[in-house]
Design a binder for this molecule. Structure first.
Ligand SMILES: *Cc1c(COP(=O)(O)O)cnc(C)c1O
Length: 489
């Protein structure tokens, strides 16, 4: 399948004795390496490194960089992931010498500017969450989930209560049950109703003295705001449990409502989603968490505090769960987050949410006659369409539509998630897209559903790799180029 130059490996392009650099003749006496190193320190043969000229290397990597889709090159409606445009000025500000040339081991007196920025970011995240304490430490959303659950576990341990179960609605992101398990809890699913809300009867039946935490995503992964969120958080609190809000969908409610106000005790942010940090292949994330007052002593440090002497790092107190990451968190993403928040301000953030919801509803209205949206005519910042009818009538699967979209220059929506919708296509346009782009996407979707099913089964047709065998790729990955690895299990 690798037939174009851009998809050849450097190893395959190698030409013996080609070099990217030419060094002048040696002007000191040469000494064989065998005389300098003990025999056992040397490999039997030199490593099989590719040998190439500099232009070939540059072309290889530049060509590779154009094979992928990105928010900078294509519309990217990947539901749940919030692939909004990454403003370039945030990149520029985060790369100022005063930021990137800092070293975390410098004395705190030389880091006052960065610490002030992180302190103010903590304050802003407190305000947006409606929860009084923040740790910037976790390095991703899922890491924030795990960290917050460890905070909850420490809280119950301190109270002398043994609570071992984390309840999670069945539409939740896969990281929720994974984090609960890694943090030492037993994950138990709560059913959803046909309209996509938490089934309150099922929740009531599963709440008991073993319930530590309910992890809830609101708006949920169907793009619906939990109408009964006040009642749900009350039920969990009455049972002695805590409520965790998965904040991946915060961009739908920024400045409109706050997790702390509807009863959440802990939450994480995904700054690489909500606050426009580059992600996917584009960079690392962050997963700051915000918690209620009674949980603050358990947070991982360091936390930036301000006193008469300026800003300093408050290391872990006696009740803290301890470090979850080195230094001050993923500072590069946090600086971009700060720039994003300062650029928009409180009113601007509210407009971000309003436009995200408006764009999603516009697109929903444009596509629902092509791919029905089982959970209704209205959504928050994203919606989940079902290709079930398309599959039954024409044999076209959600995956076929997703792959064919690539031919037309659109990244695919998220497919087959959440699991509770058949042939799910989870579409999230984000607020940074224009009406023209949304129209073009809706028209393309329509065009694809009219195409020959056979053509769609083999799509994409214009990309350098068409349809890899995904099962084979997952079960039998080729992780290194050595010839024998191609046959290794
Ligand atoms: C993205 C996402 C997560 C996990 O966040 P990462 O930053 O990718 O680790 C959790 N829950 C939901 C609903 C998400 O969309």
């Amino acid at each position: 399948m690798r037939n174009t130059r851009a998809t050849q490996l450097l190893f395959e392009m190698s030409k013996p004795s080609c070099r990217a650099v030419q060094l002048p003749d040696c002007d000191v006496p040469m000494q064989p390496v065998e005389e300098l190193l003990p025999r056992e320190a040397m490999a039997p043969q030199p490593p099989p490194l590719p040998e190439l000229a500099e232009p070939d290397i540059v072309r290889h990597f530049v060509n590779l960089s154009t094979l992928n889709m990105s928010v900078d090159t294509h519309f990217y409606p990947l539901g749940s992931c919030t692939m909004k445009y990454n403003p370039k000025r945030n990149e520029r500000l985060a790369s100022l010498p005063g930021m990137i040339d800092l070293h975390p081991y410098q004395p705190v007196s030389q880091l006052q500017g960065l610490l002030e920025l992180l302190y103010r970011l903590q304050q802003m995240l407190v305000e947006i969450a409606g929860l009084p304490a923040v740790s910037l430490q976790p390095a991703a959303g899922a890491h924030g989930e795990m960290t917050a659950l460890l905070v909850a576990a420490a809280f119950f341990r301190d109270l002398g209560r043994k609570r071992s179960v984390v309840l999670i609605p069945d539409g939740a992101h896969g990281t929720n049950p994974a984090s609960a398990t890694v943090a030492g809890f037993r994950a138990l699913a709560v059913k959803s109703t046909g309209s996509g809300f938490v089934d309150l009867e099922d929740l009531a039946a599963k709440l008991d003295e073993q319930t530590a935490v309910l992890m809830i995503t609101n708006p949920n992964t169907l793009g619906i705001f939990e109408r009964h969120i006040g009642q749900i958080t009350q039920m969990v609190h009455d049972a002695g449990g805590l409520v965790y809000l998965d904040g991946a969908n915060m961009n739908a409610i920024l400045g409109i409502t706050r997790p702390g106000d509807f009863g959440a005790d802990l939450m994480h942010y995904n700054p690489h989603k909500t606050f426009s940090g580059p992600h996917g292949g584009g960079g690392p994330g962050a997963g700051p968490i915000a918690v209620a007052e009674k949980l603050a002593p358990y947070l991982p440090g360091p936390i930036v505090v301000k006193d008469a002497g300026g800003y300093r790092l408050d290391q872990n107190g006696p009740k803290s769960i301890g470090r979850v990451r080195s230094f001050f968190g993923n500072t590069g993403v946090l600086i971009r987050t700060y720039c994003y928040l300062m650029t928009h301000g409180p009113d601007g953030l509210r407009r971000v949410a309003e436009n995200a919801v408006l764009n999603a509803n516009y697109l929903l209205a444009r596509v629902k006659h092509i791919v029905p949206v089982p959970q209704g005519d209205r959504c928050m910042h994203e919606f989940v369409a079902s290709g079930a009818k398309l599959k039954a009538d024409r044999g076209i699967a959600a995956a076929d539509v997703a792959k064919r979209l690539l031919d037309y220059g659109f990244h695919a929506p998220t497919v087959y998630f959440p699991l509770i919708v058949r042939e799910a296509m989870m579409i999230e346009p984000t607020e940074t897209e224009s009406k023209a782009t949304l129209d073009a996407f809706a028209e393309t979707l329509f065009r694809i559903t009219e195409e020959d099913a056979e053509l769609l089964h083999d799509a994409p047709h214009t990309t350098s790799i068409s349809r890899p065998d995904e099962v084979q790729a997952a079960r039998n990955p080729i992780l290194c180029w050595a010839a024998e690895a191609k046959t290794a299990p």
